[in-house]
Design a protein. Structure first.
Length: 568
């Protein structure tokens, strides 16, 4: 819906500013959700909408773990069509529901998969792929996608001129991309607007089960330490606990004395400085694993490795070998990739269900809700496994378990009620004209915030100096930074980056960190020294994501720059 006039550009009273974090507003809840990734925030939203008093606790920032390091696609999983068609059906159906409730965050990613070589073997492989895709097409309407198309080598090279022409043909099909950090934040906002309470930078230190005594019902006592509140701790109580901590989940369960097994795997993506293709391109790495090049928002991703990981998920790192492995695999079908600049890496750890024997790529992407009743902890549940595209379904199942335990009869509505920002459409040009800024800036803002971008524009109109872009790689304004501090719980430059993509472009945050930190200092009451320290910390951390992909003179120059920035 277009805006009629600027009188509509006022801050909504339903979005109170985030001010006091010194105490949790209640000490007793129906449920505490531990872990603020997509499963945790989805469960938090679901339980809050069902009327349960729910508290969400995240040790870092919402989406900052496995969720934010994903490929950013809500896809059905074509490669599981033969091994697990039920999983594909489930994820395609839920992909469609996510498209309905978060349409401002969803964008189309068409895929093209060339089949290299010539002769009978390649021709049979192409025919086999088309047969599988014919079955995959049955789910295309559910996920709002287009059906596959078979291309000749000439047609494929006209569609993507950088492709290696040594192919027997290619096939296209449809998937969808999404900004997972924004998806997590939208779930948090929705849950809080339904009566829940969510807290980031709140690490759970202990979970103690208190059995029934003196006529009182059993409960869990959860000790929380706040990393942004001067090492302060607080204990809260809940009738149930949902452990949605992903690869950290077994450690969270162990705090209560419960246990379950995962087989975590490390996944690495490379980030290019721009969109270098119109299609996502499927390929095979040297070990025959599936890899791909993916246009994603205003950058391009190459992914993804899949290696068993036995360490602390906080310590997962990308390596130079990871970068070479991915580039080699993509270059075999798209040689042009080697002409483009890689500016960073994403790395995360998947909480894959345990199975002894299969290679990592063949592990199931199914999910399971563990009940720890048999361990002596009724009302404690752990979410494990799964795919991003099925997060809403997993959250619904977890919420159903909690409601059954509490005797609460309430229906799930997360597949029907729009997430914040998707309540209505926004006319970008009209909003840009009212704000007196370029439509491209408003377009990116509307993608992130949907119709709530109007509230940011209201801030720009009240103080014209706040229209100025702070980050030019990703157009982020002074007003948007203040908005995410006041209404979206941003407490650091890393939090701002998760909500706006500030500092994720080619400059590696060097061009925006200090200015953004000064804005945070005004909003959060930091001293000038604290702002400088935060800016330095942010730039150094952004460099760490680029270091595995730097070579030659660029590597030497950037290492020297970081040494100078760190100081003596």
């Amino acid at each position: 819906m277009s805006l009629a006039d600027s009188s509509r550009l006022t801050l909504r009273s339903s979005l109170p500013a985030i001010a006091d974090r010194t105490t949790i507003p209640a000490s007793r809840f129906d449920c505490i959700v531990v872990g603020g990734g997509v499963n945790g925030t989805g469960t938090f939203r679901d339980l809050s909408q069902r009327g349960l008093r729910t508290l969400l606790l995240e040790k870092d920032d919402f989406g900052a773990g496995t969720s934010g390091a994903s490929s950013g696609m809500i896809h059905g999983g074509l490669r599981y069509m033969l091994s697990d068609p039920a999983l594909v059906r489930e994820t395609c159906l839920d992909s469609g529901r996510i498209h309905d409730v978060a349409h401002h965050l969803v964008f189309r990613i068409p895929f093209i998969v060339p089949v290299s070589g010539s002769g009978l073997k390649a021709t049979v492989l192409l025919a086999g792929m088309e047969s599988v895709l014919a079955a995959y097409d049955l789910y295309a309407p559910a996920k709002r996608g287009k059906r596959h198309v078979r291309l000749t080598p000439g047609q494929a090279c006209r569609v993507e001129p950088g492709l290696n022409p040594d192919m027997v043909g290619a096939i296209t099909f449809d998937e969808w991309g999404i900004d997972v950090f924004r998806l997590c934040i939208a779930n948090v906002l929705s849950g809080e607007e339904s009566g829940g309470k969510a807290m980031n930078h709140a690490r759970v230190e202990s979970i103690a089960y208190r059995e029934r005594s003196e006529g009182k019902e059993p409960y869990y006592a959860v000790k929380v330490r706040f990393s942004d509140q001067g090492d302060r701790a607080e204990t809260v109580m809940a009738r149930t606990v949902v452990n949605a901590a992903g690869p950290w989940g077994p450690g969270v369960a162990a705090l209560a004395g419960a246990s379950y097994r995962l087989r975590p795997s490390r996944g690495v993506h490379l980030v290019f400085d721009r969109r270098i293709t119109n299609y996502a391109i499927g390929s095979r790495a040297v070990d025959n694993r599936t890899v791909y090049l993916e246009p994603w928002q205003n950058v391009t991703l190459a992914g993804c490795t899949d290696d068993d990981f036995y360490g602390d998920p906080d310590d997962a790192r990308a390596t130079h070998d990871d970068a070479r492995y991915l580039l080699e695999g993509i270059a075999s079908v798209f040689p042009a990739v080697l002409r483009h600049r890689v500016i960073g890496t994403w790395v995360g750890v998947r909480p894959t269900l345990f199975d002894y024997g299969p290679v990592e790529e063949d592990l199931s992407r199914a999910h399971r809700i563990f009940s720890h009743r048999e361990d002596g902890y009724p009302g404690l549940y752990s979410i494990a496994g799964g795919k991003l595209a099925a997060y809403r379904q997993m959250s619904e199942e977890a919420a159903d378990r909690v409601c059954a335990h509490l005797g609460k009869n309430a229906r799930c509505t997360t597949g029907e009620r729009p997430l914040p920002g998707s309540e209505e459409d926004v006319d970008v040009r009209t909003l840009a004209r009212q704000a007196s800024v370029e439509p491209a800036l408003i377009s990116r803002m509307v993608y992130r915030h949907g119709c709530r971008a109007r509230d940011i524009v209201a801030g720009m109109l009240s103080e014209p100096s706040r229209r100025a872009p702070v980050c030019r790689c990703e157009p982020v304004t002074d007003a948007e930074i203040r908005y995410v501090c006041r209404y979206e719980k941003a407490r650091s430059l890393f939090d701002v980056m998760h909500r706006t993509r500030l500092g994720t472009g080619p400059c590696g945050a060097a061009g925006c960190a200090q200015r953004a930190a000064s804005i945070l200092a005004q909003e959060l009451g930091w001293s000038p020294e604290e702002a400088v320290t935060e800016a330095r910390r942010f730039v150094v951390a952004r460099f760490a994501t680029r270091r595995p992909v730097l070579t030659g003179d660029q590597a030497r120059q950037e290492v020297l720059g970081m040494d100078l920035l760190r100081g003596p």
